[in-house]
Design a protein around this ligand. Structure first.
Ligand code: FES
Ligand SMILES: [Fe+2]
Length: 377
């Protein structure tokens, strides 16, 4: 599936940038190939609009905020949060309000700005832990990966890869048989939940993250949720009662790059496990996933009739994702857009990061951060 050629994908919410990064002015982000400028208007509302000034097409993200409005850095044309031009400094006598920059659905949730390019079919996922007492929110990762969102999503529900990809962190190489899982599709066809129980190693790194010193193994009672197309929740409950929940999104930048966003929620306190130790363990785990996922094909097959991949029983979650995606495409009169066998069998070339023309406007900021719960804006 080539995400930029799949109109259905424009009808979903995606987290695009931490709100803290908008404190010092507008920022650029490319969503599904569309170059956006993101900013906070004078009323504190997040705004996403085309990163193109209607005058001479300069990037508005290179401008700055002026009295709660966005000013183009080329000749100073100024726009409000609705995208309306409110001032042309060179001709103050004319009413510029008929000039508009296209803007998109935008909202603040969980410390992130979320954007939908068209009327969204589903709401922003509800994360109970965010408002439940006793949980802390830990921001973990915000960085571009050279892989498709579907690859990361299926990996998140793949019990068969732990023993191999994660053999150095929690996987048991000598026990490759994957745990059984139960899948429960949503009635509306926009995702599913999955229950599974996974025995894991407890290494020196995870001992600190889980606050389980001197214990060689433990077990995770996992409940996973997949929200179509590229967002998941993994709630892991340990025998100690500890809950470690991960929210992971793979926001599609272009056909071969996704912005990876991960937030953790924990039921313990900083005194019991330091946020830095929790992030360090999760960083080790996602680095292992990244290594293999960036080697996979970005034009990930969705329509099983293409027969481009072989499957096994533990691939059931990934197959359900493909069926649900294909069913929604059909509902909206679409077929899978793909490049054929030639393109899909070639991994993304090494140069497709920040320097590629389609990726230059993306926020290619790589960061690890953690802060307190209050809205950072
Ligand atoms: S290009 Fe933006 S004001 Fe001229
Ligand atoms: Fe993994």
């Amino acid at each position: 599936m080539l995400v930029t050629r799949q109109p259905l994908l424009r009808k979903f919410w995606y987290p695009v940038i931490p709100l803290v990064l908008l404190k010092d002015g507008p920022k650029a982000f490319t969503l599904l190939g569309r170059e956006l400028v993101l900013w906070i208007d004078g009323d504190g509302r997040p705004v996403a609009m085309d990163d193109r000034c209607p005058h001479r097409h300069a990037k508005l993200s290179k401008g700055w905020l002026d009295g709660g409005r966005l000013l183009c850095g080329y000749h100073g044309w100024t726009f409000d949060g609705a995208g309306r031009c409110t001032r042309i400094p060179q001709k103050d006598d004319d009413d510029p309000s008929g000039i508009r920059v296209p803007r998109y659905h935008s909202a603040s949730r969980y410390g992130y700005l979320w954007v939908a390019l068209e009327d969204p079919l589903t709401p922003i996922p509800e994360i109970e832990e965010d408002s439940a007492p006793g949980y802390r929110r830990i921001y973990e990762f915000y960085e571009p990966w050279k892989c498709s969102g579907l690859r990361l999503m299926e990996n998140s529900f793949d019990n068969a890869h732990f023993s191999f990809v994660h053999r150095a962190t929690f996987g048991k190489l000598d026990q490759p048989a994957p745990s059984k899982m139960n899948l429960h599709p949503f009635a509306d066809g926009f995702g599913f939940t999955m229950d599974t129980v996974v025995p894991v190693k407890n290494t020196a790194l995870s001992e600190r993250s889980l606050n389980m010193p001197g214990q060689a193994e433990t077990v995770r009672h996992n409940t996973g949720t997949w929200w179509l197309p590229f967002c998941r929740k993994l709630r892991m409950r340990y025998p100690t009662g500890l809950v470690h929940t991960l929210i992971t999104a793979a926001t599609p930048i272009n056909d071969y790059t996704s912005q990876i966003i991960q937030i953790a929620y924990r039921s313990d306190t900083e005194a019991e496990a330091k946020a830095a130790d929790i992030i360090a363990f999760d960083r080790a785990v996602v680095t292992e996933d990244r290594e293999v996922l960036e080697s996979t094909t970005f034009d990930t097959p969705v329509d099983l009739r293409r027969k481009e991949e072989m499957h096994m029983a533990s691939d059931a979650p990934g197959l359900l994702m493909r069926r649900q995606l294909l069913a929604k495409m059909a509902e909206f009169g679409e077929e899978e857009a793909h490049g054929g066998v030639g393109l899909s069998s070639s991994p993304a070339p090494d140069h497709v990061g920040a320097s590629h023309p389609l990726a230059t406007a993306a926020m290619c900021l790589e960061m690890t951060y953690s802060d307190a719960r209050p809205n950072p804006v």
